[in-house]
Write a protein that binds this ligand. Structure first.
Ligand code: SF4
Length: 60
């Protein structure tokens, strides 16, 4: 079953509610807090931050 968040901006996978990247379950996300994720949102956020930092340093 597919589910689509009404706050998702599909053109760039960002959250219109938070004005940041969509990471389901992140702080401020509209999803119920008791949901369990295969990869916790904290881990996904840490991975995204790490990737962003790597791409910044590779362009310097
Ligand atoms: S972060 Fe949460 S509220 Fe925002 S688009 Fe993603 S699922 Fe929806």
């Amino acid at each position: 079953m597919a589910w689509e968040c009404p706050h998702l901006e599909q053109s760039d996978d960002s959250c219109r509610r938070l004005k940041q990247a969509c990471v389901p379950g992140r702080k401020g996300c509209a999803l119920p807090r008791n949901l369990k994720f295969a990869v916790p949102p904290e881990v996904r956020l840490a991975e995204m931050t790490q990737k962003n930092n790597q791409s910044k340093t590779s362009h310097e």
